[in-house]
Design a protein around this ligand. Structure first.
Ligand code: SDX
Length: 429
């Protein structure tokens, strides 16, 4: 028998709604007919109890600390796959075989260059502009160059745009960094892997050959895998909402980048590292924790807490491992901030304030330390997050566009403003 939910009002009215079941995870009450039947809206600012769509891409169990990409646990994807395999999986729903992977990698590789006129966009920015401001602007500008792939209803256009965005984000992010530090842009190299290519575009200079360090490249590749997708988070919901109006994919991804920039979301790794720098020493942790507990301070433990994870973020565990590997490779085992972060984590996980609120480290807590060790400046952290999340945004955007049920997203409100009143002419006001 189909499951139903009944809403009974104390004015005697009652309404029935279907209950929909997923392959795993919470069921949903399909309330699409609520307004038509009752003249009432649901009210859920922040969407704590609202499913905005149905999806087959990523599943999170916040209580169990589980994250699946197309059904595969993140721990296994991080161990057995590289980032481009992960991109293929998120976009196509299955892991590629050898031939499929080769074709995918070749196609991405051949789209890594940007239109040479795009270089001129950078000169309009101040050198000290935040790289995320540059990224939002330049990615949005891509729609001015690719008129041959803007028809979102054309599957071929959607595919070309997906390849262009996945391939060009590393080039554009590296260009934003080079522009910021006043070094020349490095062109992509087709004989390097995706992550090695990115590291060379970031840290190579025309004056000498760039030496690829496989351990560091693998670490960066894993950082990209861990950030690739995460269900209906704020920036993904932004991309879906933008796409629901029919906006082109480049504009939608630029909107996602803008949303990810916020310190409560993708900007948290930058904020977490700044927090560690501000604490400075293990002896100052107690004082800092006291500030966090004081609601009036407005101070939060950045890199801790999550809307969905009420257990340890599985990505944080993998990020801590990667952190350890990189610091070992670089002989930085005694890195001050890493030791401070581990001490802070230990204290927080034993403190009733955090335990009672189920606040655990999230993906951003260690990612700042490992990126700093890789030589990536703090201001670039969220650009790297954007680079990684582009494939997730595109996969979610494509899923929405090809869903026959999709409509333009248009939430309603609980209006608490003035009731109708008449304008008094200026002379009489
Ligand atoms: C990402 O959604 C995603 O999937 C995002 C992401 C992805 O991959 O896309 O996982 C990436 O954005 C990770 C989150 C990065 N943000 C941070 O690390 C910033 C610090 N974290 C907080 O701002 C907060 O935890 C949020 C925004 C992440 C979650 O906020 P919620 O779900 O609205 O949690 P809440 O505010 O309801 O917190 C419950 C309680 C509150 O205290 P009380 O009012 O109950 O007394 O916990 C407190 C909060 O004040 N709290 C914190 C805290 N986070 C929540 N207290 C101190 N430090 C924190 N970090």
């Amino acid at each position: 028998m189909d499951k139903k939910a009944t809403l009974s009002l104390n004015d005697g009215r009652s309404f029935e709604f279907p209950v929909l079941t997923g392959s795993v995870g919470p069921e949903v009450i399909d309330i699409r007919s609520l307004y038509g039947k009752s003249g009432m809206f649901t009210y859920d600012p922040g969407f704590l109890s609202t499913a905005s769509c149905n999806s087959t891409i990523t599943y999170i169990d916040g209580d169990a600390g589980v994250l699946l990409y197309r059904g595969y646990p993140i721990e296994q994807v991080a161990e057995h796959c590289d980032f481009l395999e992960t991109c293929y999986l998120l976009l196509n729903g299955e892991l590629p075989n050898v031939g499929q992977k080769d074709e995918f990698v070749t196609t991405v590789t051949r789209h890594t260059m940007v239109h040479d006129q795009l270089n001129r966009f950078f000169t309009g920015f101040r050198r000290d502009a935040h790289p995320m401001a540059v990224l939002v602007g330049v990615v949005g500008a891509l729609s001015a160059f690719y008129h041959d792939s803007l028809d979102i209803n054309n599957p071929e256009h959607r595919k070309v745009s997906a390849f262009r965005l996945i391939a060009k984000l590393p080039t554009i992010v590296a260009m934003a960094y080079k522009y910021n530090i006043g070094q020349p842009f490095m062109y992509p190299r087709n004989d390097l892997s995706y992550s090695a290519n990115f590291m060379r575009m970031m840290f190579g200079v025309p004056a000498e050959e760039y030496k690829v360090n496989d351990v560091l490249v693998r670490a960066l590749d894993r950082i990209l895998i861990l950030h690739a997708d995460h269900e209906q988070n704020a920036s993904t919901s932004t991309v879906r909402l933008s796409g629901s109006s029919g906006a082109n994919p480049f504009a939608c991804i630029a909107a996602g980048i803008a949303c990810l920039w916020g310190p409560a979301h993708g900007g948290a790794n930058e904020a977490a590292l700044e927090m560690l720098e501000q604490i400075g020493d293990v002896s100052k942790i107690g004082e800092f924790i006291k500030q966090v507990k004081d609601k009036n301070s407005g101070v939060k433990l950045m890199g801790f807490g999550h809307r969905v994870y009420k257990n340890y973020d599985p990505r944080a565990k993998l990020m801590r491992e990667t952190c350890y590997e990189v610091l070992n490779e670089l002989g930085l085992q005694n890195d001050r901030l890493f030791k401070l972060a581990m001490a802070l984590e230990k204290i927080a996980l034993e403190d009733e304030y955090f335990v009672s609120r189920k606040l655990y480290p999230n993906v951003d807590f260690y990612s700042g330390i490992v990126q700093r060790a890789l030589g990536i400046p703090v201001s670039m952290f969220t650009c790297i997050f954007s680079l990684a999340r582009t494939v997730g945004w595109i996969a979610q955007w494509q899923e929405m566009i090809s869903d026959p049920e999709y409509k333009i997203g248009r939430p309603r409100q609980l209006y608490r403003g003035s009731v109708p009143r008449n304008v008094v002419p200026l002379a009489k006001r």
